[in-house]
Design a protein around this ligand. Structure first.
Ligand code: NAP
Length: 494
């Protein structure tokens, strides 16, 4: 493993430091980076919340969380102690101006240097983003080395996204704003760019001449769990499609930039979003499917319906979306991109499957066996990796017998270790000041602009999501979306 040089000392302030995201994802990610020596001496982590808890109380809370979320084999008591030693807690109601001097005093008192990088990670409801940024500025905590990290959801439509971006943008320059889509921190997602653009064999095929269609699936077997309150106002389109699925689509479809820097990749992704076929009302009716899970069986266990999970019937929020779109440019015109995402599905998987066309001429018409379309299958999670499916001759005498086979790249096996969590990479990029893997304002707004007509159409028409039993692949209409084009979802394509 290559050595990881420490980054500049940093004051890493997490608004929402006692929340689920901080305890389950951010602090474990910082633990792993600290273990690898990436947090410089003098780096501090300051949790902010309204809880009346002192530094020691917060350290106890974080230790308990680390015990839960760090694998036993990764546990290093000395690193835990070092990380806990970096921790502080500031009790502060972000909405109460009287509380803010506490944060100011804590950050000014004992900072490693005046030039320390200040990260403000907003792991709180987006309704607080604007006000927190304003107070940060008024409290004198924003300078050119300050960065703000915004968690999703950035708005619930284009207007609210713009309002958040305006409010944050009044205080921070765009290059200081890091909008997280944790999918972009996943190794397999970054490797998609490397596979496409650091190799010669694939890229000449990635266009409408050779690609039949592309499928992107992000399926969860879990239900809404504790997030029902938020989720019922969001739904799968806002929660997943507007960000994660469209970002994956961008990386599959984008043109190669001349070089990789903080803007070029994002410029190319933006062009993809701007080239998506607009969702007219007729397109929405024809090319989108909304679903909601019913009671069913997941991994052999009975699970309740969405309405039961939520605690009240009658919700028309979709827990499943399937849709068909097209990137209307020279490279991709005519190639359908099918996207689907859902909760309580039959498996947990995030994957991109590029399905190639059949060979132009069947040279082995009298052969036995079977053939399948060539496919490039990128597994984002679990078991990050990549498979190339093609046809081979089955060994043996007596004529040619064809068999579908696959070349399988499993990251953990190939590189001898599991991939780090996406947050590890992204948090260090924030400290480094590298926004390449973060969403720029124009990307977020372009994604909302594309999604919004779907939301609008669904509210204009009597919209009831189609029911699907938990533990299945979604409503049958999602299968029909492809079947009417003579295609089908590639289920369990391993
Ligand atoms: P959570 O568990 O409810 O935690 C919210 C945190 O914010 C708590 O620490 C809470 O502490 C603090 N907080 C709330 N109001 C505050 C105020 N006025 N001033 C200061 N602190 C305040 O929520 P979460 O799951 O961590 O999610 C946080 C945000 O990240 C949400 O917008 C969520 O949509 C987003 N997100 C979460 C996840 C995830 O996996 N959890 C993933 C992606 C995005 P006090 O109540 O003690 O103040």
């Amino acid at each position: 493993m290559s050595p990881v040089p420490p980054l500049d000392p940093c004051d890493f302030t997490v608004f929402g430091g006692t929340g689920d995201l901080a305890l389950r994802k951010l602090l474990p990610a910082l633990y792993h980076r600290d273990r690898d020596g990436q947090l410089a001496d003098g780096t501090r982590i300051i949790g902010v919340s309204r809880a009346e808890v002192d530094d020691d109380g917060y350290r106890d809370e974080v230790r308990a969380a680390l015990t839960t979320f760090i694998e036993a084999g990764d546990w290093d008591e000395a690193v835990v102690d070092r990380l806990l030693g970096r921790l502080h807690h500031v009790t502060l109601d972000a909405l109460d101006p009287a509380d803010w001097p506490r944060l100011h005093d804590r950050l000014k008192d004992g900072a490693a240097s005046d030039a320390v990088v200040r990260v403000f990670y907003l792991a709180v409801a987006p309704a607080l983003f604007g006000e927190i940024c304003q107070h940060l500025e008024e409290t004198g905590l924003v300078d050119e080395r300050a960065r703000v990290v915004l968690e999703k959801p950035i708005g619930s439509d284009l207007a609210s996204a713009r309002a958040i971006n305006d409010a944050v943008g009044r205080v921070f320059d765009e290059q200081q704003i890091f909008r997280i889509d944790h999918y972009l921190g996943k190794e397999s997602v970054q490797n998609l760019l490397v596979t496409r653009f650091a190799n010669i064999f694939l890229e000449p095929l990635m266009n409408s001449h050779w690609v039949d269609h592309v499928q992107i699936t992000v399926a969860e077997s879990l239900g809404v769990g504790e997030r029902g309150g938020y989720y019922d106002h969001a739904g799968a389109l806002r929660d997943m499609v507007q960000n994660h699925l469209l970002q994956l689509l961008c990386l599959v479809a984008m043109e190669p930039p001349a070089y990789v820097d903080r803007e070029t990749v994002r410029d190319e992704k933006l062009k993809v979003l701007q080239a998506l076929r607009p969702m007219t009302p007729a397109c929405v009716d024809r090319d989108t499917v909304a679903g909601q899970y019913d009671a069913g069986l997941v991994d052999g266990a009975a699970v309740p319906s969405y309405a039961e999970d939520l605690g009240h019937p009658g919700s028309t929020t979709e827990t499943f979306v399937a849709l068909k779109t097209e990137v209307q440019n020279w490279r991709w015109a005519g190639v359908p991109f099918y996207l689907r995402t859902g909760k309580r599905m039959d498996r947990r998987v995030s994957e991109i499957i590029v399905v190639f066309k059949d060979p132009p001429h069947a040279m082995f018409p009298h052969s036995e066996g079977s053939t399948e379309a060539n496919r490039l299958h990128i597994r984002v999670q679990p078991d990050e990796g990549m498979q190339l499916h093609f046809t081979a001759k089955e060994p043996g005498p007596g004529g040619i017998r064809l068999r579908p086979v696959s070349l399988d790249l499993n990251y953990a096996d190939t590189f001898g270790r599991p991939s780090p969590d996406a947050y590890e990479r992204l948090l260090m990029d924030v400290v480094r000041g590298n926004p390449t893997l973060f969403m720029r304002r124009d990307e977020v707004e372009a994604a909302w602009a594309w999604v919004e007509p779907i939301l609008a159409r669904w509210t204009q028409t009597p919209h009831r999501p189609r029911r699907y039993p938990a533990g299945t692949a979604g409503p049958t209409a999602a299968a029909t979306l492809l079947e009417r084009d003579g295609r089908s979802w590639q289920e369990n394509d391993t």
